[in-house]
Design a protein around this ligand. Structure first.
Ligand code: PMP
Length: 410
């Protein structure tokens, strides 16, 4: 029988692949790795902050103890290491979320938690409520489940629970869950007020849907009073985690390192049990050795590492805000984040940030993420996300100056 050459497997792919496209951010990160490019693109921690020596010592200690090494290199519980879950439960408790280790599932970063939550709640054609600009990685994590998105609006809006319901109904759909990044959001850098958090809780109760609270940046507050997490507010109202509609995703990626891939979900036990089934099917367990190392770091230096990270990124944010003020053309507006890693820029209406990106990289040696990447409907041509976390302080001002010139000339 003749063998067909270069046969496309496209017809064999599952329908879920239709919603899965290459990530613009990942493609950009490849370019940003070039040493001549000043990258404001990826939301990447500064490697200068990684506690490399502590990490090396923790691996050494674990691997030189035969009993610990046996545990670290073995398959382990799908829920995650019991001691790490206990540390996280106490940590959540200090943030007003009283919970037990049974309310915690360890995941390979918050990203895996988002993927699992998409699997848990969304069937093809279901509606998910997401904010107009939202974390691109969440849209990617939910995509295989083929959701329909509706624009979650919480302030200055006439959207109500019945309007969300009827929009879904018009699409032959049901609203299944809502997703937010409430603190120093990726991509806008903005923080939801307590009022907006209350409105979201009210909406979720009326629609009888869970709220996914994705919170990787909350510990990185540079100034001002912390706003209580949506889960803490809900627990106050409903009387305990087992009645809460909020599912909270946390991570060590932005504090210690994303390289060990340790994050968690905090939720009522029945949700954790379902997610645990998904975890078993997906990868059995997160690497035990990385969990033990993370526990070592968390116990030994969580608070000092948070303070160090805050001081470092606050300085970078200040330099970037100053440079924007000095160089950006009139009519440009930007967010002034009180923490986290991102600034959101809105340029004059006729500027197309996606079209200008290749030239910005090739001619100016500066990278950013065009705003449309963060919209489920790919709108927002004149916006972009800047991240100040990665470039060295000395590169921020020249990078912004070059970018501003690029936007003026084009
Ligand atoms: N959520 C948001 C809002 C993020 O910005 C990121 C990282 N870019 C993640 C989740 C994933 O983080 P992790 O490294 O914990 O998977």
């Amino acid at each position: 029988m003749a063998v067909q050459k270069n046969q496309s497997w496209e017809p064999c792919f599952a329908s879920r692949m239709a919603g899965m496209q290459a990530s613009e951010i990942r493609e950009l990160l490849k370019v940003a790795e070039r040493p001549d490019v000043i990258s404001f693109a990826g939301g990447i921690p500064d490697p200068a902050l990684f506690p490399q020596n502590h990490i090396r010592k923790a691996y050494d200690e674990i691997l030189s103890d035969p009993i610990l090494a046996g545990k670290a290199l073995q398959y382990s519980l799908s829920e995650g290491d019991a001691d790490l879950r206990a540390w996280i439960a106490t940590h959540m408790g200090s943030k007003g979320i009283a919970c037990s280790p049974d309310n915690i599932l360890i995941t390979n970063g918050a990203q895996q938690a988002l993927e699992f939550l998409g699997k848990l709640f969304i069937s093809p054609g279901d509606t998910a409520l997401v904010q107009a600009q939202t974390y691109l990685g969440a849209l990617q994590a939910f995509a295989p489940n083929q959701p329909i998105y509706d624009d979650l609006q919480l302030e200055n809006t006439n959207r109500t629970s019945s309007s969300y319901r009827s929009t879904a109904k018009a699409n032959d759909s049901h609203v299944r869950f809502s997703y937010v990044v409430p603190d120093f959001a990726n991509p806008t850098g903005e923080t939801m007020s307590e009022g907006a958090r209350g409105k979201l809780l009210d909406l979720a109760h009326r629609l009888n849907i869970p709220i996914v609270e994705d919170s990787p940046y909350a510990p990185l507050r540079f100034e001002g009073q912390p706003v209580r997490s949506i889960m803490a507010l809900d627990i106050d109202q409903c009387g305990g985690i087992e009645r809460s509609k909020v599912i909270h995703c946390g991570t060590f990626s932005k504090i210690f390192t994303p390289g060990l891939r340790v994050g968690w979900v905090c939720a009522r036990k029945d949700i954790i049990a379902r997610l645990c089934l998904i975890k078993q099917a997906s990868d059995l367990n997160s690497p035990a050795i990385n969990q033990l190392v993370m526990l070592h770091l968390a116990r030994g230096m969580y608070d000092t590492q948070v303070s160090k990270t805050i001081a470092h990124y606050r300085q970078k944010r200040d330099v970037m805000l100053e440079a924007l003020e000095k160089y950006m053309p009139n009519g440009t507006i930007w967010s002034r984040p009180k923490g986290g890693m991102f600034i959101w820029l809105t340029l004059a209406k006729d500027i197309d940030t996606a079209a200008l990106l290749p030239k910005a990289v090739a001619q100016c040696g500066v990278a950013y993420v065009p705003g449309h990447a963060f919209f489920a409907d790919k709108s927002a041509n004149n916006m972009l996300r800047l991240s100040y976390s990665l470039p060295s302080i000395s590169k921020i001002t020249p990078g912004i100056a070059k970018l501003a010139e690029h936007f003026c000339v084009d």
